[in-house]
Every structure is written in structure tokens, then in C-alpha cells.
Design a protein around this ligand. Structure first.
Ligand code: NAD
Length: 484
């Protein structure tokens, strides 16, 4: 794909079309600031064209046997495997993440394609013979029609694959709106679909920002919207989509707590916290961002953690030993630095200052940062920073630690580090978050489970991936039959 400096095109009705947008945004490599491409801010008419193409393709696609749809997904999985390294490198260039993390991004996306390939089984209905005397009842699942996916910057391949593969395998047609900050991986994923002969219009891609999103939310032919992004935009998308009668799921912000018990195994716990808090430069909805040290745990864990975090190499993720990549844009780097400044002003103690990390001359870098002495009323303890910043709070008991975590308005993930089954059970039972780790720093459900954010981390009822996604992208029909 030769995109350097070019304005990206939209993919509508099986062809790449230049956008008539009057504005475009630069897409720089966040680790070098080198211009990769420009992304058009497509107007509403281009979203309309994509939705119309998807609506035209729907009937024939819905009538394509689910086994054939599943086989196309199987072929797509093989194509993606063949291009895994290329896709991972592209993701590094546009998102600034470390290469191994980018490989993980693609692998997690491929897992959803694998799951979707099993759609003949997943879409099975249910039957009750003799629901009444001589009367049978059968439940069928039918696709919705045109559905749309609006994606964030931080996993530019995984989210398009999660949404698109399951929606399309269910028999829907799809309009993808990638992040305007990381649109290149999505373009390549759609290009690769040509290798599986998907009929024109089944998948469409429209670049853009608010105007394109608003056009999706208002379009009468769009039946369902999946959104992944910030809480602020998610609240808007949720309310607008619902007001327009659409099914909607919004995966939004997070502030994940890592509870460390005094009996946690130090070496493994520190390794898991490093990857949770600083992997992907903290730009992960499952990133650990508050460490709650219980009892004496802080005295053991913190010196080790600070020592090892200070040794993580920060830089261009394409270099093999880099562990912490770039933040997505200069403004975001400045926002993260301002959070650190504010926390210090509010009385937090800097154990490690990522603003002083050894970083390359160009690019948007902040190194791992650890702030101790944070109390739950400080803004830094409550708000999502989305950078490599870990704040530390103390608790006397597990109950107190759980209460601290439960004060958060978010409930995406939470983790406990312990060797006690009883402590792990109490944590699992009482914590108000949907994705839990026991001695696992990034408790990401695999594609056959739903991605179960709680509280202000998720708006909707059916989650992404797993059977929830099959339910989300289908509607049920119950047929009652009597024969004389
Ligand atoms: P974002 O909200 O800035 O953008 C997400 C999408 O919304 C993009 O496609 C963007 O074009 C669109 N958008 C932006 N502003 C808009 C507006 N005013 N009106 C309509 N649409 C608009 O999010 P981001 O910064 O790309 O992603 C990071 C966020 O995503 C973080 O908050 C992170 O926690 C969250 N996230 C959540 C999950 C989860 O599972 N809960 C997963 C990944 C990311």
C-alpha cells in the first residue's frame, strides 16, 4: 500500500472513491512526526452513499448461506495470518505502539474472525416441540440489515475486525468509520477483503470525524451502531442513536484498579503491573491506572516497580527493544504532562517522572510515571489519563481497597494480585467491574467471551464479541406452528 502523503479514499460499493471533502487531517507517525497520509473528513453525502450501497447489498448477502459466509471468514483469517507482520508494522507506524503490542492487536482481531467463522453454530435458533398441544415453537435469528462501527485510535486493527467480522458473518452489511487519527490499518484490512471475494457493498469504509458520525447516527437505514471511544463522545452517540431508534453499544472510558495484597508474588506481580500500566503507553481501556497497595504490599512492590519501570526503553516501537511507544498526538502528550503537573500540585509524590525520560528527539513521548500519596478525591484518581501514568493509593484491608476501587464511576477492569483464594473470591464477588484479573494484569476476554465493561465504561446491554455480539447483530423471530 503506497499511501505516503496521499489523501485516503473511501470504499463504497466495492470501489475506492476519492472523497469530495473540503477538509483533510494529517496522519503523522507519532514516533517520528513524519507524515504518513491525509485523512478526508467525509461529508454526510458520502456516508449516505455507503449506507445505500450496504442496503442494496443486504438482501443477497443475507440469503448467502451462513456456511458460505463463515467460509469467507475462514479465508479472511488465512489472509490476515499471511499479512500479520505487515499489518503489525503498519499499526506501529500509525499508532506509535511497540511492535510486539501491535502483533497482539492483530492477533486479537484475528481471534474475532475465527469466532465469526463459526457462525453456523452461533446463529442456531431454538425449538420447543409441543409448546402447547400439537403446537411447536421455533426461534430463528435474522440479521438486522445495515450496521455501522465507529472506532477509536488505540487498536486500529482489532476493533474494526471485532465489529466487522461478527456483523458480516451474521448476514448484515457494514459501514466502518475508522479513527481519523489511525485510519491506515482499517484501509489495509478492507483492501485484504478483496482476496475473499466479498460481494460489493457488504463492507464499506468512510473516513471522517463528527460529520460522518452524525450522518451514521441520523441515517434511517442504519439499524445498529457499535461505538468505541471516549466517554464524552460515547454518551452523545448512545443518546443520538437511541433517539433515532437504533440499537447501540458504546465501549467507553476506564480507570482500572490493580489491588496488590501483601502475599502477592513480587517478581511476577511487578512484571504484570509494568505491562498493564505502561504497555501501549497506557493508551488501553484495560490499562491498570490505579495501584492500591494493601497493608505492607507497597513497601515490597513499589521499590521494585519504580526500578524496573525506569529501565523500560521509551521510543519508536519499530525498534525491537522498545517497550513504551509514543502517545498518539502532541496535544495528547501535553494533556498527559498537564495531569502529572496537576497531581503534583495537589500533593502527590512523584516516584518516577516520565517527563524526564530519555526519549528520541521527535515524536510524542512520555515515559512511565508513578505517583504515590494519591487520595481518591484527587482528579488524577478519578479521571482517565490514557497515558503511561500509574497512581498509587494505600489501603489497610482488602475491603477498604475494594471500596476505593468501587468509588470509581468507571467499571471496565480490575485486578487482584494475591496467593489467597479467599481474597480472590472476595474481590471477584464484591468488585464493581466487568473484566477481572486474578494475577493477570490485562484481563482481556478472548473473542468467544463478551467484552464486559460496567458502569460508565459501557453504555448499552449487549457487549462486543462473544455471544453478546451475535445477539447484538441479530434479531429474533419466534414462529408458532400448528398443522391440521
Ligand atoms: P474518541 O471518542 O476521540 O473517538 C472515537 C470515535 O469517535 C472516532 O471514530 C472519532 O472520529 C469519533 N468522534 C470524535 N469526536 C466526535 C464527536 N464530537 N462527535 C461524534 N463522533 C466523534 O476516542 P479515542 O480517543 O479515539 O479513543 C480512546 C478512548 O476509547 C479512551 O477513552 C478509551 O478508554 C476508549 N476505549 C474504550 C474501550 C472499551 O472497551 N471500553 C476500548 C478501547 C478504547
Amino acid at each position: 500500500m503506497d499511501l505516503i502523503g496521499k489523501v485516503l479514499r473511501n470504499y463504497i460499493a466495492g470501489e475506492w472513491r476519492p472523497s469530495a471533502a473540503t477538509h483533510s487531517l494529517p496522519v503523522p507517525n507519532p514516533a517520528t512526526e513524519e507524515l504518513l497520509a491525509r485523512v478526508p473528513l467525509s461529508p454526510a453525502e458520502e456516508v449516505d452513499a455507503a449506507v445505500v450501497a450496504a442496503a442494496r447489498a443486504f438482501q443477497a448477502w443475507r440469503e448467502t448461506p451462513v456456511v458460505e459466509r463463515g467460509r469467507k471468514l475462514m479465508r479472511y483469517k488465512r489472509v490476515l495470518e499471511d499479512h500479520l507482520e505487515e499489518l503489525a508494522r503498519l499499526t506501529v507506524h500509525e499508532a506509535g505502539k511497540a511492535l510486539e503490542e501491535a502483533r497482539g492487536d492483530i492477533r486479537r482481531g484475528i481471534e474475532a474472525v475465527e469466532f465469526a467463522a463459526g457462525m453456523p453454530t452461533l446463529m442456531m435458533g431454538r425449538v420447543v416441540e409441543d409448546a402447547a398441544r400439537g403446537v411447536d415453537q421455533e426461534l430463528f435469528r435474522a440479521p438486522l440489515g445495515v450496521v455501522a462501527g465507529i472506532c477509536p485510535f488505540n487498536f486500529p486493527a482489532m476493533f474494526p475486525l471485532w465489529l466487522m467480522s461478527i456483523a458480516v458473518a451474521c448476514g448484515n452489511t457494514f459501514v466502518l468509520k475508522p479513527s481519523e487519527r489511525c485510519p491506515l490499518s482499517a484501509v489495509r484490512l478492507v483492501e485484504l477483503l478483496s482476496e475473499v471475494d466479498l460481494p460489493a457493498g457488504v463492507v464499506n469504509l468512510v473516513h471522517g470525524e463528527k460529520e460522518a458520525v452524525d450522518a451514521i447516527l441520523a441515517h434511517p437505514a442504519v439499524r445498529a451502531v457499535s461505538f468505541v471511544g471516549t466517554e464524552r463522545v460515547g454518551r452523545y452517540v448512545y443518546s443520538q442513536a437511541a433517539a433515532n431508534g437504533k440499537r447501540v453499544q458504546c465501549l467507553v472510558g476506564a480507570k482500572n484498579h490493580l489491588i496488590v495484597m501483601p502475599d502477592a508474588v513480587p517478581k511476577q506481580t511487578v512484571g504484570a503491573i509494568l505491562s498493564s500500566a505502561f504497555g501501549n503507553a497506557g493508551q488501553r481501556c484495560l490499562a491498570g491506572s490505579v495501584l492500591v497497595a494493601v497493608g505492607e504490599a507497597g513497601e515490597v512492590i513499589l521499590p521494585l516497580l519504580v526500578g524496573e519501570a525506569g529501565c523500560l526503553r521509551v521510543g519508536n516501537g519499530i525498534e525491537p527493544d522498545v517497550r513504551v511507544g509514543a502517545l498518539i498526538r502532541r496535544e495528547h502528550k501535553e494533556r498527559v504532562e498537564a495531569w502529572i503537573e496537576q497531581a503534583v500540585a495537589e500533593g502527590a509524590k512523584l516516584l518516577l517522572d516520565g517527563r524526564r525520560a530519555d526519549v528520541p528527539p521527535h515524536g510524542y513521548f512520555v515515559g512511565p510515571t508513578i505517583l504515590d500519596g494519591v487520595n481518591p478525591d484527587m482528579a488524577i484518581a478519578q479521571e482517565e489519563i490514557f497515558g503511561p501514568v500509574l497512581v498509587v493509593m494505600r489501603a489497610e484491608t482488602l475491603e477498604e481497597a475494594i471500596d476505593l476501587a468501587n468509588r470509581s464511576r468507571y467499571g471496565n477492569a480490575a485486578v487482584i494480585f494475591t496467593q489467597s483464594g479467599a481474597a480472590a473470591r472476595t474481590f471477584r464477588y464484591r468488585i464493581q467491574a466487568g473484566m477481572l484479573g486474578v494475577n493477570v494484569g490485562v484481563p482481556a476476554p478472548m473473542a468467544f467471551f463478551p467484552f464486559t465493561g460496567w458502569k460508565a465504561s459501557f453504555f448499552g446491554d449487549l457487549h462486543a464479541t462473544g455471544m453478546d455480539a451475535v445477539e447484538f447483530y441479530t434479531e429474533k423471530k419466534v414462529v408458532t406452528t400448528r398443522w391440521w
